[in-house]
Design a protein around this ligand. Structure first.
Ligand code: PGA
Length: 250
């Protein structure tokens, strides 16, 4: 089962989310293909209505783009796992490159969010990836190792391999139209797979590894056929029902 995930970022209000999911349902005949699991990550304010609308499409789940690692408290502007779940959402993204590089989240904070989300029953996609500068200075493996080790520090024991997903998203390929080539993807995913073997409490072979960064209808089929690619995380091309459906059906 491959996972096709849509990160809507700061796009779409509730009514736009609802109509896009409705349109997607019409294109897909109200069910994702048998071999595909689909998750949409709308902005917080659209979580509840997106979850309601997603009930009409078999194989479609909803997730939040961020989370705060506490149950409740004086954390202005933040949202807890139980609040996310109360909206009908089951998934969360942690460590997205925009949170790391635009908002300034550290590897350690991403790790706290990942562990707390898993402990509190949210399926979690931990995003990792190198900048162009890091790649060009030969630091790809070092960066992936650090982000994985710190991102997965203190995760609970015995989590189901269906609850934790890693997304490899080279920062230089996100929103740039510049997709990593097949060899780059094969190499990075092989590195991630082997690094996962040294992380405690993880079934490295069964953990899904997604590719993200300028995925679109035209390249999705080829990317999804590569070894160690268990799905894709899509930004720009997930904002329209027809282009996202093309990826889901690729
Ligand atoms: P993109 O974004 O598909 O627009 O490159 C991917 C992501 O940020 O997850």
């Amino acid at each position: 089962m491959q996972l096709i995930a849509a990160n809507w970022k700061m796009f779409k209000n509730s009514s736009e989310a609802k109509s896009m999911i409705n349109e997607l349902g019409a294109i897909l005949g109200n069910a994702a293909p048998e071999n595909r699991e689909v998750v949409i990550f709308p902005p917080f304010i659209a979580l509840e209505c997106a979850s309601e609308e997603a009930k009409n499409i078999k194989g479609l789940a909803i997730g939040a783009q961020d989370v705060y690692p506490a149950t409740e408290g004086a954390f202005t502007g933040e949202i807890s796992p139980s609040m996310i779940k109360s909206c009908g959402a089951d998934w969360v993204l942690t460590g997205h490159s925009e949170r790391r590089h635009v908002i300034g989240e550290s590897d350690g904070f991403v790790g706290q969010k990942t562990a707390f989300s898993l402990e509190n029953g949210l399926k979690t996609i931990l995003c990792i990836g190198e900048t162009l500068e890091e790649r060009e200075s030969g630091k790809l493996e070092e960066v992936l190792k650090r982000q994985l080790e710190q991102g997965l520090l203190n995760i609970p024991q015995n989590i189901c391999s269906c609850s934790l997903v890693v997304a490899y998203e080279p920062v230089w390929a996100i929103g740039t139209g510049k997709t990593a080539n097949n060899q780059d993807i094969l190499d990075a995913h092989a590195i991630v797979r082997s690094l996962l073997k040294n992380i405690p409490n993880i079934d490295a072979e069964k953990t899904k590894i997604l590719y993200g960064g300028s995925v679109k209808g035209e390249n999705a089929g080829e990317i999804l056929s590569l070894k160690n690619v268990d799905g894709v995380l899509v930004g720009g091309a997930s904002l329209k029902a027809d282009s996202f459906a093309q990826i889901i059906n690729a």
